[in-house]
Design a protein. Structure first.
Ligand SMILES: *Cc1c(COP(=O)(O)O)cnc(C)c1O
Length: 375
């Protein structure tokens, strides 16, 4: 089935008891037992599972082409679950440019638990090959990456990981299952911050891990959800289910607008550099063309000729772009990542990251033009 059809139908069937076409929310934390002690509907206690969460997990697994999914109360909870599934002494290769929270989890928690972590540029296969050790258990890939939209070759990295007995996970938050299918390219696991495009309305926190095979490693990820207690609320799962049918439309529109905006910025005299994998001059363009479909995503970063103060002032002059962190929502956002990440950030002071919303691209371009003119 096509993604558009799955986005509408996966995990959604009319409620058999009431005929409700819209999926109901199941807030109950506890479920009826039969006289023989069994659970006739398959649910016992909400931390273990809940019908709304179960429906969401089925839909997410279907969209990514996986066997099974686990939903979490945030993207970082999903990331933590994967690190928790490793053993002390395991070595993990993490992309040098990776979501800030992922880097902090790897540095602060994983190392504290005896997991060894190396950071490596995932767009440099020789560097990855050289960094793999006999104890390497996991490659953590993020493509396009936050915030410079670096592209890593998922198929090559998965092959490299498997040749050394390691697993390959891809943070697919920026691309979404609509534009990129890491499992089909050979990755073993996919992670999302569903707070972003999948939720799509800046009104919930969520995360998920989807696995190609329902294997022992996934069971350990599941244990962190069920036993560790990293379970999302039924209401948030329901909101995510409500967002899924429009995901293909939203992402494709945002992606088409992002390309136009990247082209506008690339020719602007006050812009030093644009980071967008859809531009032919982007170093990862060829790989992005090969592994993404129907667009290059709704995220665009650019560097102005100026200081941090100039970048912040530019963000403040915009009328349609809201100056706020996060991404993937219906409204366009602009974010100055270096000041969000704080003193440990390695990002240039003039770098701004755009999350393109569903406004008309001409209006967004006019807004950027007036703010850049005042620089
Ligand atoms: C936001 C984000 C995360 C973390 O997700 P939360 O829902 O904020 O915990 C992880 N990876 C990427 C790429 C993100 O953008």
């Amino acid at each position: 089935m096509h993604l558009e059809t799955l986005a509408v139908h996966a995990g959604r069937t009319p409620d058999p008891t009431t005929g409700s076409v819209t999926p109901p929310i199941h807030p109950s934390t506890t479920f009826l037992r039969a006289a023989d002690g069994s659970y006739p509907h398959g649910f016992s206690y909400a931390r273990e599972n809940n019908p709304t969460r179960h429906a969401l997990e089925q839909a997410l697994a279907a969209l990514e082409g996986g066997s099974v999914a686990a939903a979490f109360p945030s993207g970082n909870a999903a990331t933590s679950a994967v690190f928790q599934a490793l053993n002390p002494g395991d070595h993990v290769l993490v992309a040098a440019e990776v979501y800030h929270g992922t880097r902090l989890i790897a540095q602060r928690f994983a190392e504290q638990w005896g997991i060894r972590v190396s950071f490596v540029p995932m767009d440099n296969l020789e560097a990855v090959q050289a960094a793999i050790r006999p104890d390497t258990r996991l490659l953590w890939v993020e493509t396009p990456s936050n915030p410079r939209l670096t592209i890593a070759d998922i198929a090559e990295l998965a092959t490299l990981a498997h040749a050394h007995g390691a697993l390959c996970i891809c943070d697919n938050t920026f691309a979404t299952p609509i534009l990129q299918s890491p499992l089909a390219l050979g990755a073993d696991l996919v992670m999302h911050s569903t707070t972003k495009y999948i939720g799509g309305h800046s009104d919930l926190l969520g995360g998920c891990v989807i696995a190609r095979e329902h294997d022992a490693f996934f069971e350990r990820v599941r244990a962190y959800q069920v036993l560790g207690g990293a379970a999302p609320s039924a209401f948030d799962c329901w909101l995510l289910l409500r967002s899924l049918p429009t995901l293909p439309l939203r992402v494709r529109t945002q992606s088409a607008s992002a390309l136009q905006i990247a082209q506008f910025l690339a020719q602007h005299p006050r812009v030093r550099r644009v980071y967008y994998p859809g531009l032919p001059e982007h170093p990862g363009h060829t790989i992005a063309e090969k592994q993404m479909r129907g667009g290059f995503g709704g995220m665009v970063s650019f560097e102005i000729d100026g200081t941090e103060a100039d970048a912040l002032a530019l963000a403040g002059r915009l009328r349609l772009f809201t100056h706020a962190t996060s991404l993937g929502s219906v409204e366009s956002l602009i974010d100055h990542r270096a000041s969000v990440e704080g003193p440990s950030s390695t990002l240039p002071p003039g770098l701004l990251r755009l999350s393109i919303g569903l406004e008309h691209p001409d209006d967004l371009i006019a807004d950027l033009a007036q703010a850049l003119e005042a620089l």
